[in-house]
Design a protein around this ligand. Structure first.
Ligand SMILES: NC(=O)NC(NC(N)=O)C(=O)[O-]
Ligand SMILES: [Zn+2]
Ligand SMILES: [Zn+2]
Length: 417
């Protein structure tokens, strides 16, 4: 008998508990890499994994694993899970859902079917969003080899704390801890909220992700001359904030012109000294650019950077550009997508193949093992916001589909390369 949505009544309370691990003050959930809220959440999950009878371990960068050993010697691991970090003032489902559902799914499989053939693991990746440090996928990237632990040096957060320092402060980065890099994973299945409106509009319950967009992220620093707002005539100004505004509008206009699926965002801006009666001497801001075609993505990004240089020069500003994320669009494993589709259909649950405009750990894991993703609906497509919401019945249904997929992958003698 298949596991069903009713087996996951504990899911919403677990997500509620996880949402409690947040920087205080709200709104929404803020759980940035290696902060106290982050560490408390990982420790809470570790305890929960232990109480479900899983073997628990942290790796060197702070990824947390719960493992159910398999009976076949040397068999590759079937892995599920997602990321524990959030954006600033994010929702309670992005990332946390895939971990909570994965944990309960593995626990339920253990209860119902006992020891699997292949080892079954749930992971709580330490970081995916790129919200604290100018770097994203630190967790899965250390697993895949996209990053090495030493890449944490020379990367600083807003307050000038290095990634390396923050990692050590949280109790990681020790040579006694297991190396993060893995080569024993046979398949990765990540369950996540859609964060868009496709499923809701189409009236489908499960999204089967076929591809994930490519991304570019940059930090731009424009420098001009801070000066008095009252005594400096307009023609004598070198106003970094006005220059930044012009670049932002140029970016937006180019993005409109390029059309779907190109999207471009300036999500963060900091002006110095950020005072009403001082012309801004320096402005730092970010660019986030995405497309499902690598050539288009690269062409658009270079065009925007050239235009930004031109704007800076014409305003006598200096421009420093730092590129800190470049990911190519990634296809999910077609065989695995078929497995997920078959399981959904077998449970009588409607599904739809789709692309993801959000980045995910699954795109990083795809570099080392067959990877695929399941989506559930997001109310009104809202995410990266305290308003993020998915109905409990949808959450539970997604967990049940995940559990049955994991069962197919880990409890059969065949099916994995
Ligand atoms: N699922 C996500 O929200 N991912 C986000 N984070 C990364 N790293 O892409 C994003 O911005 O799309
Ligand atoms: Zn996110
Ligand atoms: Zn996410």
């Amino acid at each position: 008998m298949d596991i069903g949505a009713d087996d996951f009544a504990e899911l919403s309370p677990l997500l509620e508990e996880l949402a409690g691990f947040s920087e205080s003050g709200g709104p929404g959930v803020t759980r940035l890499l290696y902060t106290k809220a982050w560490l408390d959440a990982q420790m809470f999950l570790a305890e929960r994994m232990r109480s479900c009878g899983l073997e628990v371990r942290f790796d060197r960068v702070g990824n947390l694993y719960g493992r159910l050993a398999g009976s076949m010697p040397g068999a590759s691991v079937v892995l599920t899970g997602s990321h524990i970090d959030t954006v600033r003032a994010g929702g309670r489902f992005d990332g946390a859902y895939g971990i909570a559902a994965g944990l309960l799914a593995v626990a339920r499989l253990k209860e119902v079917y006992g020891t699997p053939v292949r080892p079954l693991e749930v992971v709580s990746f330490c970081e995916e969003e790129g919200s604290r440090f100018p770097l994203a996928y630190w967790g899965s990237g250390n697993v895949s080899g996209m990053y090495a632990e030493r890449d944490g040096s020379g990367i600083f957060d807003h307050e000038g704390i290095s990634l390396e320092e923050a990692m050590r402060e949280a109790g990681f980065g020790l040579s006694s801890q297991p190396d993060s890099r893995r080569s024993d994973i046979g398949a990765f299945v990540e369950l996540h909220i859609e964060q868009g409106v496709v499923l809701e509009r189409m009236g489908r319950r499960i999204g089967l992700v076929e591809s994930i967009v490519g991304q570019r992220r940059y930090s731009l620093t424009l420098s001009g001359k801070p000066n008095h707002a009252g005594t400096t005539p307009m023609k004598m100004r070198r106003d970094a904030l006005a220059g930044a505004a012009e670049i932002m509008l140029e970016l937006e206009e180019r993005a409109w012109h390029a059309g779907d699926p190109l999207v471009a965002t300036v999500g963060r801006i900091e002006a110095t000294p950020n005072t009403p009666n001082v012309i801004a001497g320096e402005v730092r801001f970010t660019l986030d650019i995405r497309h499902d075609d690598e050539l288009e993505l690269e062409r658009f990004s270079q065009g925007v950077l050239d235009a930004s240089r031109f704007i800076a020069e014409s305003r006598q500003l200096t421009l420093d550009i730092r590129s800190w994320l470049q990911t190519a669009p990634v296809q999910m494993d077609s065989q695995l997508v078929k497995v997920l589709q078959g399981v959904s259909a077998g449970m009588g649950i409607t599904s739809r193949r789709m692309a993801s405009g959000a980045g995910h750990d699954a795109q990083v894991l795809a570099g080392i093992c067959p990877s695929a993703m399941l989506f559930v609906q997001s109310r009104d497509g809202i995410s990266h916001s305290p308003e993020e919401y998915t109905m409990p019945e949808h959450l539970q249904e997604g967990a049940a589909v995940l559990a049955n997929c994991l069962r197919q992958l880990a409890y059969g003698e065949e099916g994995l390369r």
